[in-house]
Design a protein around this ligand. Sequence first.
Ligand SMILES: Cc1cc2nc3c(=O)[nH]c(=O)nc-3n(C[C@H](O)[C@H](O)[C@H](O)COP(=O)(O)OP(=O)(O)OC[C@H]3O[C@@H](n4cnc5c(N)ncnc54)[C@H](O)[C@@H]3O)c2cc1C
Length: 448
Amino acid sequence: MPDVLVAGAGPTGLLAAFELERAGLDVLVLERDAQPTTQSKALGLQPRSVEVLAERGLLAAIEPHVQVRLPAGHFSGLPIGYTDLPTRFPYQLGVEQAHVAAAIEARLRTPVLRDAAVTAVAQDDDGVTVTAGGRDHRAGWLVAADGGHSTVRTLLGAAFPGTSARISLVVADVTLAAKPTGLADGWQLPSQASGYLLPLSGGRYRTVVFGEEQQRLGRDEPVTADEVQRALTAAHGPGIEVGEVLWASRFGDAARQLEHYRHSRVLFAGDAAHIHLPVGGQGLNLGLQDAVNLGWKLAAQVRGHAPDGLLDSYHDERHPVAARVLLSTRAQAVLGVPDPDAAAVREIVTGLLAVPEARHAVALEISGIGLTYPGVSARADVPAAADGRAVLAGAALPDGWADRVETRAGAEPQLVRPDGYVVWSGGPGLEDALHTWLGQPTTAALLA
Ligand SMILES: Cc1cc2nc3c(=O)[nH]c(=O)nc-3n(C[C@H](O)[C@H](O)[C@H](O)COP(=O)(O)OP(=O)(O)OC[C@H]3O[C@@H](n4cnc5c(N)ncnc54)[C@H](O)[C@@H]3O)c2cc1C
């Protein structure tokens, strides 16, 4: 029996499984789709995600698929320079989400169980029984990372308050039989609030459209090549001709977030926990950071050495971060509305973002680099311990902690949580920090 089941083999579920396996747990990922997807919603990785993937040795397998390094992000299409961010990676990586997921999946010990859609969840005092692909699976815990339409969320009747979609958009990857003049050739990340046509690799183009027709059609209406053609002709004139629609989907600007990320033995992460308009490119970043925040805490809980409240600190730390992203994306959506009042606000915001301090503050937020949590002093960006332990650098480790802390030489004393955040940086308080984040020392080691 695995220690933990994970519903959903998107980037969030896969990274959560990787983190749990790294900490020595047995994990089984249950995925609805029969094959890994080749379709990519996200086209970019924010700097903090790049750091996290690099710290875990996952970046090397992604690098060959990177099409562009963009030294900027954007706020509703207004460029936000990243070059002065305090990171080794002051840029967004232009890479399709499917390559990120594939790189993580390739490093899992236990293969993903596919064709295994979760259809029922029952939990009791000892564990969780999940029905997937017609079979029952039992484990101590379930990580629900089954995306924006989360079945687990529905099955549990979890409150998911927020705002409903007011606009409807279509994303499509297409080939073009005829191109409008002036269309850029190189691979680019979207920089507009919404509504764009961008070249990807291999002769494919990514388009997002949201005209009157999209508002009229129902959410479940299939996207046809004719619909995409009409929208592109309206935007680019008669010189554009769609060849093939390779993938298309409808999405909206609903902004919702779970009230509670933990439901007894079920923990929600990624789009299953929060949805918003994907403007500014922050959804994938949020999901990946959920996964690394949750992984070590759940592993400590399963191993029985989690201090009181550690697992609940997953909700306490991550819920406000997603709430802030929802706020940001709602503001960005308003700035993108084509009306004179929104244009007036946009002009004012453009002026504000020309102030270096304001631009830097927004860059820290959108890139994820500025994120800290209560009780955490900084982000560390040091290589993570291969076995998911915390890292103590530049100081002697008290007895009884070696199973949870890897020691390293280093001039700068710091204790780094397994998710890369500094919780002690010299002076008194090392023992307190160890107890706060890692529980009690191992008694056997103390008696030896
Ligand atoms: C058009 C568009 C563009 C975007 N662009 C960006 C961007 O540039 N940058 C960015 O950061 N974010 C972007 N996002 C958001 C980003 O793609 C998501 O936030 C990200 O995919 C979330 O990952 P996830 O693993 O939580 O969910 P998902 O990627 O949705 O993965 C969920 C997985 O669960 C599986 N599943 C579903 N139901 C079940 C079930 N019942 N049982 C088992 N498995 C199930 C699914 O098959 C899927 O594999 C974009 C989103 C859209 C729609």
